[in-house]
Design a protein around this ligand. Structure first.
Ligand SMILES: *Cc1c(COP(=O)(O)O)cnc(C)c1O
Length: 337
C-alpha cells in the first residue's frame, strides 16, 4: 500500500528532528522533565503562545485533549464540540474516561466548524440538574475537515463562551497549519478564540513524537503534573520528547514544515479539480483535501494501492505533510486519470 496521502502522521520525522534527537543523546541528565531541553522547549512555546502559559508534554493528541479537558471539568460537566470533532469520533471515549464522566455535547457543524448559534442552543436549552452542565467549548484548529476558523469567527465564538462562562479548549493537532493559513501570530489567534488551553501538535508536523498541553490560563493547570503521571503520560526520558520541539522553533522550522504541507494541499486541490468527475467538497485552507470521487476513481486508486480514508466528512481525504513532493502529487493524480 502507498501511504503518502493517508494522513500527515504517515510521514516520518524531518531530518532536523533526527539531528535534535542526536544532539540530546549521550550523557546523563535529569529525568521526568527536569532536563534543559524540556525547559527550553517550554520557553520556546511560551514565546509564541504567551509568557504566562504553563506547558506540559504528553505522548499523543488523545492524551493531550483528554487530560486538558479533564483539568477544566468536573464529572458532571459537559464539553461542547462539533459533531465531527476528533475528541468525539476518534478518541475511544478517552475524554469522558479521564474526566470521570464529563459528557461530550455535539453541536451541528458547517464545514467542520461549530456554529455560535449551536453553542448558544446547547448551553441554554437545558439548565436543570438532570442534564450535564456545559463547561467547555472545544474547537479544532484547523478543523477535521481541513477548514480554518477566521479570526472573526473565533471572536464570535469567544463572545458566546464568555457570556456563558465556558472555558475554551483548542485541539491544535495541526495548529501550525492553521497559523500558516491565518498568517497572524499564534498568540493573536488564541486571544481571538479566548483560548484557555491549547493542545499543540508537533507529531503531524514531522517534529518528534510529543504533543504539548499549553494552559494560557494557569488557573486550569493546578496539579496537572499529577494528572499526567497518573495517566501514564509522564516520560522519564522527557528530553527526547522535548528536543525536536526546541529545534522546531529555531528558524521557524515548525511554520516552514506546515507552510510546505499547506502549499502541497493547494497544489493537489488544483490538480484534482482538473480530474474529470472529481469534485472538491471542502475549501482547502490547511493541509487536507476532501474530494468526492466516482466508483471508477476509487477502483483505480485501489488497483494502484493508494491508502486513504473515505469516511471522514463523507468524501475521500488526502493529507499533505512536510514530506510531500510534487512527484507524490503527480503520482496520485496520475493514478486517477
Ligand atoms: C491526529 C489528531 C489528534 C491526535 O491524535 P493521536 O492519534 O491521539 O495523537 C487530535 N485531534 C485531531 C483533530 C487530530 O487530527
Amino acid at each position: 500500500m502507498d501511504y503518502r496521502f493517508a494522513s500527515d502522521n504517515t510521514a516520518g520525522l524531518c531530518a532536523e528532528a533526527w539531528e535534535a534527537l542526536h544532539a540530546a543523546d549521550g550523557g546523563a541528565c535529569p529525568s521526568y522533565g527536569e532536563d534543559p531541553w524540556t525547559a527550553r522547549a517550554a520557553d520556546a512555546i511560551r514565546e509564541v503562545v504567551g509568557r504566562e502559559s504553563e506547558v506540559f508534554f504528553v505522548f499523543n493528541g488523545t492524551a493531550a485533549n483528554s487530560l486538558a479537558l479533564a483539568a477544566c471539568c468536573r464529572s458532571y460537566h459537559g464539553v461542547i464540540c462539533s459533531d465531527v470533532a476528533h475528541i468525539v469520533t476518534d478518541e475511544c471515549g478517552a475524554p469522558e474516561f479521564f474526566s470521570n464522566g464529563t459528557k461530550l455535547l455535539t453541536a451541528r457543524s458547517e464545514r467542520g466548524k461549530v456554529l455560535p448559534a449551536e453553542v448558544e442552543r446547547l448551553v441554554t436549552e437545558r439548565s436543570d440538574l438532570h442534564y450535564p452542565k456545559p463547561r467547555v467549548l472545544s474547537l479544532t484548529l484547523p478543523t477535521e475537515l481541513g477548514t480554518v476558523y477566521s479570526l472573526d469567527e473565533l471572536r464570535e465564538l469567544a463572545v458566546v463562551s464568555r457570556r456563558h462562562g465556558l472555558a475554551v479548549h483548542v485541539d491544535g493537532a495541526r495548529f501550525a497549519n492553521a497559523v500558516v493559513a491565518l498568517g497572524v501570530p499564534p498568540a493573536e489567534i488564541l486571544a481571538a478564540a479566548g483560548a484557555d488551553v491549547l493542545c499543540f501538535g508537533a507529531v503531524k508536523n514531522g517534529l518528534g513524537f510529543a504533543e504539548a498541553v499549553v494552559f494560557r490560563n494557569p488557573e486550569w493547570s493546578t496539579e496537572f503534573s499529577w494528572r499526567c503521571k497518573q495517566a501514564g503520560q509522564l516520560a522519564s526520558k522527557m528530553r527526547y520528547l522535548a528536543a525536536p520541539w526546541v529545534r522546531g522553533f529555531e528558524d521557524d522550522l515548525w511554520l516552514r514544515n506546515a507552510a510546505h504541507a499547506n502549499r502541497c494541499a493547494a497544489r493537489l486541490a488544483r490538480r484534482l479539480a482538473g480530474v474529470p468527475g472529481a469534485r472538491l467538497v471542502q475549501p482547502v485552507e490547511a493541509n487536507a483535501v476532501f474530494v468526492e470521487l466516482t466508483p471508477e476513481h476509487h477502483a483505480k486508486l485501489a488497483a494502484a494501492g493508494w491508502a486513504y480514508y473515505d469516511f471522514i466528512g463523507g468524501a475521500a481525504r488526502f493529507v499533505c505533510s512536510w514530506a510531500t513532493s510534487d512527484a507524490d502529487i503527480e503520482a496520485l493524480v496520475g493514478a486517477l486519470l
